[in-house]
Design a protein around this ligand. Structure first.
Ligand SMILES: Nc1ncnc2c1ncn2[C@@H]1O[C@H](COP(=O)(O)OP(=O)(O)OP(=O)(O)O)[C@@H](O)[C@H]1O
Length: 292
């Protein structure tokens, strides 16, 4: 049973003067147990609408979402889910510790478990020093980190994170990436939305690319990066001098054996590949071609 299954989801909003905005069209995907899945797309692609449908906050026009086999309309389907909203905002007269106590109670945790788990997460997310101050004095990054702490509090099996790295400085971003990697090591499943391609490259097993409410590509990150391999840059020493050679993908074996036969030393072989950003930009360019 997959932690998350989205089947043929469609959603249309009414925009200005009741004009229809097709936010999602026939979107399907599954996320397997223990997977880190990146939901990548530009602004307005439909990422938050998908996440709100997963959380049961909006009702799609068509399609279904199930969490661990249960439809999202069933409140019990969310018990094993940790959710981080886009731009979290909390009761700002509470302190972080008080807020976590409130969240823990909502999940039915006992007081001892809430206290020890809160202390551990406040430390992990670098909030221990501010834990007993009202949240109204928190920076954007602190609120975002508290958002992740509240999502982790009840140790859920599935994480639904809407732009978890947003509003964070480089230290915060790297902390959140490390936390996601650690969740994976512990067998948890993570689904997160982003428009930052580099974040997908470094933490995700698979990626789904959404543009204009449609899923345009879905594949493992390794496959995408491998298929983007264009050639190699070789650094060699020949006749006492170092030089760089550009080699096509199919020629590598031949060039290497010729170089070795000629007595050259191979100092470095660097794969040259299109990255995730190039892959996304190609999809976006095709999307514009389709519209033209
Ligand atoms: N409540 C709403 N009423 C009308 N249109 C909406 C509403 N919410 C979203 N939309 C539109 O639906 C489309 C998808 O929006 P959505 O917020 O899901 O995209 P997103 O990928 O999360 O974008 P971003 O990265 O900017 O947060 C956009 O065209 C958006 O303007």
């Amino acid at each position: 049973m997959n932690p998350l299954e989205i089947d043929r989801l469609s959603k249309t909003y009414r925009g200005k003067r009741l004009a229809k905005v097709a936010a999602l069209s026939d979107l399907s995907l599954q996320v397997g147990s223990g997977e880190v899945f990146g939901f990548l797309g530009p602004n307005g692609a439909g990422k938050s609408t998908t996440i709100k449908s997963i959380m049961g906050f909006i009702r799609p026009d068509a399609g279904t979402v199930t969490l661990f086999g249960k439809p999202v309309q069933d409140p019990a389907s969310h018990l094993r889910v940790g959710y981080l909203p886009e731009n979290p905002s909390f009761y700002d007269f509470l302190s972080a510790r008080e807020y976590l106590r409130f969240v823990g109670r909502a999940f039915g945790m006992d007081a001892g478990a809430i206290a020890s788990r809160s202390a551990q997460l406040l430390e992990l997310l670098d909030l221990a020093g501010a834990a007993d101050r009202p949240m109204r004095g928190y920076s954007k990054g602190m609120v975002q980190r508290l958002g992740l702490a509240q999502a982790m509090l009840h140790d859920p099996d599935l994480y639904i994170l809407d732009e978890p790295m947003s509003g964070l400085d480089p230290v915060g971003r790297s902390l959140v990436k490390e936390i996601i990697r650690d969740l994976k090591r512990r067998g948890k499943t993570v689904f997160f939305s982003t428009h930052i391609t580099a974040d997908v490259e470094v933490v995700c097993d698979r990626v789904g690319i959404v543009v204009g409410g449609r899923l345009r590509a879905i594949d493992s990150v390794a496959n995408i990066l491998q298929s983007g391999l264009e050639g190699y840059l070789l650094q060699v020493t020949r006749g006492g001098a170092q030089e760089e050679l550009q080699v096509e993908k199919a020629q590598l074996q031949q060039v290497l054996s010729d170089l070795v036969a000629a007595g050259a030393t191979i100092d470095r072989i660097e794969p040259q590949r299109k990255d995730m950003e190039a892959f996304l930009l190609e999809i976006l360019a095709h999307q514009h071609d389709d519209r033209a």
